[in-house]
Ligand binder design. Structure first.
Ligand code: URP
Ligand code: ZN
Ligand code: ZN
Ligand code: ZN
Length: 497
């Protein structure tokens, strides 16, 4: 059945226009006025509404096994929550344990996700150990059979996922060689491990220890180091979950020097700050534990939004990785054992609208850029995703910019029992979500089956990411100076007898 969305304002990242949108067989057929309408077309009236490309969340961890627990939003609950919030695609991370290979972990994730996903998804691969086999498998994973074009390196989580600088640098060089984007979790894992022990020995065992063991300087230092190493490898870099002003400043400084670096703040960091860690209610404080932690500087969320508005930071994600209050209680007597992660995938669009558009910092086109199109461009799925034009996938949101809602765990679609945005009133409500041509969210109801979503394979060597890098490579050939050494030969120091 075809769908016609009438009377709305179509918003892309570079223009807004009053136009109708015709959808057939999961694809956008027409955008404009007065085109022929097939019989049996369902008409949706979008008067006083915006029609946006569906959100793309480029950073989630559905059902991630982590810190002795499994994230409670699995690929079903998590992608339903996404659709209810106007997000029609996620990029989830495969994270191999230290004793499994990337290819093994890839199969595991596909088997988990394919039968359950309700929205489309792509995968990004974490590299948690380094050897020749890993390098070979990275190459294989970028072939069409596997469809991966980005790899993430953890500079934190010592002895779990962390790689050393030498390994990271090898990984960056391999990414550059195979045309893949490198992504990084930037914190200094060695220093954090020491600080954690110092704090525990001093009797600081609660969630306040989490923020004190992971000072912002350690995020800024690692971000600066990651940018520097990526530059040395001539590899484009994507810094995930930028949480502090120092880290954002390091990215901006490198961008100003011409480095290809992208910075991704997350919904949590745009709306919450680290004062929660000092809450006297343990469960409340523990619910906000994620890494890097929320900034204790209450001005940071606004600064991150300012940097998004001027493209010093480039797109938004969520790092959705949820645990219940009872799972968080694993760390009741030791903050280092609190499973790290928070919600976001359902509320990101509304939170970014509230803090960005409603606050007067960005226009709806920039909103589309930082919630959808830039992710599509970076991960090489544009304009199939992230754009409203004939031929693109019919992933759309009918967005009411004037409606409000109050975020609450009582009404959210996550599987967790806490919402870090609890009580926040947001302007901007996704009234209808359409995923590959199907109305999956309407009148506050989800109508989608497990497995409706599709795996979207993505190709390497994306021009948006590698264009400048390839050109630069030509100027980076090593220089060798030809010298005549014969005259020096005559003056060689005679061997000692
Ligand atoms: O605390 C977080 N961020 N949990 C998810 C894993 C990660 O570091 O991205
Ligand atoms: Zn991370
Ligand atoms: Zn609080
Ligand atoms: Zn993450």
């Amino acid at each position: 059945m075809s769908l016609l969305i009438q009377n709305g304002i179509v918003v892309n990242d570079d223009f807004m226009v009053k136009a109708d949108v015709l959808i057939e067989n999961g694809t956008i057929r027409e955008v404009g006025k007065d085109f022929p309408i097939p019989e049996n077309t369902r008409v949706i009236d979008a008067t006083n509404r915006l029609i946006l490309p569906g959100g793309i969340d480029p950073h989630t961890h559905m059902q991630l096994p982590f810190m002795g627990q499994v994230a409670v939003d699995d690929f079903y609950a998590g992608t339903r929550a996404a659709l209810a919030g106007g997000t029609t695609m996620i990029v989830d991370f495969v994270i191999p344990s230290k004793d499994s290979t990337p290819l093994e972990a890839y199969s595991l994730w596909r088997n988990w996700a394919d039968p359950k996903v309700c929205c489309d998804y792509a995968l990004s691969m974490a590299i948690t150990t380094w050897n020749d086999k890993v390098a070979e498998e990275m190459q294989l994973l970028t072939t069409p059979e596997y469809g991966i074009n980005s790899f993430k390196f953890f500079l934190a989580y010592k002895n779990v996922f962390m790689v050393r600088d030498g390994e990271f640098f090898q990984g960056l060089k391999q990414c550059a060689k195979i045309g893949a984007l490198a992504r990084v979790h930037a914190e200094n894992g060695d220093v954090i491990a020491e600080k954690q022990q110092e704090l525990l020995q001093l009797g600081v065992t609660g969630p306040e220890g989490h923020t004190q063991s992971r000072q912002e300087e350690l995020e800024a230092e690692a971000t600066n180091r990651a940018c520097t190493l990526a530059g040395q490898a001539n590899c484009p870099l994507y810094v995930v979950h930028v949480m502090s002003k120092g880290a954002a400043k390091a990215i901006a400084a490198h961008r100003q020097k011409g480095y290809v670096v992208f910075g991704e703040p997350i919904a949590a960091g745009l709306a919450c700050d680290g004062r929660h860690y000092y809450n006297e209610d343990w469960s409340h404080a523990a619910a906000y534990v994620l890494s890097p932690p929320l900034s204790r500087d209450p001005n940071t969320p606004e600064t991150l939004m300012d940097l998004l508005s001027c493209n010093q930071l480039n797109l938004t994600a969520t790092d959705n990785c949820t645990f219940t209050c009872s799972q968080k209680r694993m760390g009741l007597n030791d903050f280092t054992k609190i499973p790290n992660g928070v919600n976001g995938v359902e509320d990101r669009m509304s939170v970014v609208w509230e803090k960005g558009v409603h606050a007067g910092k960005i226009d709806p086109m920039r909103f589309v850029a930082i919630t959808s199109s830039t992710a599509a461009r970076i991960f090489n799925m544009y304009p199939r995703k992230g754009r409203i034009q004939p031929g693109s996938d019919a992933d759309l949101v009918v967005w009411n910019p004037n409606a409000t809602r109050v975020i609450s765990s009582k009404t959210h679609h996550h599987a967790c029992d806490f919402n870090i945005f609890e009580g926040m009133e947001v302007h901007g409500v996704p009234e209808i979500t359409i995923c590959r041509g199907k109305v999956v969210w309407e009148n506050g109801e989800l109508n989608v089956d497990a497995g409706w979503g599709r795996f979207i394979p993505v190709a390497p060597n994306c021009d948006y990411v590698f264009g400048a890098v390839k050109a630069r490579q030509k100027h980076l050939q090593p220089i060798s100076v030809k010298r005549n050494l014969t005259s020096l030969d005559n003056n060689l120091i005679p061997p000692q007898s």
